[in-house]
Design a protein around this ligand. Structure first.
Ligand SMILES: Nc1ncnc2c1ncn2[C@@H]1O[C@H](COP(=O)(O)OP(=O)(O)O)[C@@H](O)[C@H]1O
Ligand SMILES: [Mg+2]
Length: 258
């Protein structure tokens, strides 16, 4: 199963992607979290902390260092995950697509879009969940190119611009044939979600404004670690139920702690 998180900058994509990945991994799913933003921050929200997030190797940068260009034939995506993926809580793995590090050299912009496409399209997803936290705006959504079997989560804060980007993201996703589409009104009330659903024509889910999220962010920590029962983290846990995540067979469920 593959999930993309899209929306305007600052809407809460990374916050939602991070907590969603943690909920899914804790429930026993094999999760690969793809950070597609060339200014990668997903690791912080996953609980790796700022230093490990910064130290995580970025696929595009490593390939360029090894003498590739972003237009080279696809390297084996599973091999890239093995080589450059970083393991976190409950076995989840973070794979960083690209990182803006220097002024000269390969164009990180083109490179990170095409690397996102290659990884999101080609990483095997049988028996695992590949969850992509996209760069802000719609360009990366086109590059990621989710298809018929994929899930798109489009996130808006309750602002006219945020809602408009989600409306466009939903329209684009429908054109791409995506069958499961969820709009999320973040830092918002249920009536904001109703409005978002009316504008987009897709089901919309509300995540409340939550000071614990801001506090965790101030400390470079994952809200899931600082307070797993805070309202926004609980709401993101409920969002899992909207995504059509397949139930895991009982034998594969993780053992309870203790
Ligand atoms: N539900 C929420 N309550 C409070 N603060 C939030 C919430 N969601 C996101 N934020 C804050 O908003 C800012 C932007 O969130 P982020 O997830 O980085 O957005 P994006 O990835 O879409 O650019 C961060 O400082 C984050 O802590
Ligand atoms: Mg982000």
């Amino acid at each position: 199963m593959k999930i993309v998180i899209t929306g305007k900058g600052g809407a809460g994509k990374t916050t939602i992607a991070g907590a969603l990945a943690r909920h899914l991994a804790h429930a026993g799913h094999a999760v690969v979290a793809l950070d597609c933003d060339p200014n990668p921050m997903l690791g912080i929200t996953l609980g790796f902390g700022p230093e490990r997030t910064e130290a995580a190797p970025a696929v595009l940068n490593m390939l360029v260092e090894m003498g590739h260009t972003h237009n080279d034939p696809d390297p084996d995506p599973e091999g890239l995950l093995e080589q450059f993926g970083v393991e976190g809580a409950d076995g989840l793995r973070l794979l960083t697509v690209g990182r803006v590090e220097q002024l000269e050299g390969a164009c990180v912009c083109c490179g990170s879009h095409s690397t996102t496409r290659k990884l999101f399209s080609n990483l095997p997803h049988d028996g695992r969940i590949v969850l992509a936290d996209l760069e802000a705006g719609l360009n990366d959504l086109i590059w990621a190119h989710p298809g018929r079997e994929d899930v798109v989560v489009a996130v808006a804060e309750p602002s006219a611009k945020g809602v408009e980007i989600v409306r466009r993201a939903c329209q684009l996703s429908e054109t791409l044939g995506v069958s499961r589409l969820v709009a999320v009104a973040n830092r918002a009330s249920p009536s904001d979600a109703e409005n978002l659903s009316r504008v987009t024509g897709v089901p919309a889910f509300a995540i409340p404004e939550d000071p614990a999220v801001a506090a965790a962010d101030r400390d470079g920590a994952a809200p899931y670690d600082t307070d797993p029962s805070t309202p926004a983290v609980l709401a993101i846990g409920e969002l899992v139920g909207w995504l059509g995540v397949p139930k895991r067979p009982a034998a594969e469920q993780p053992l309870p702690a203790g």
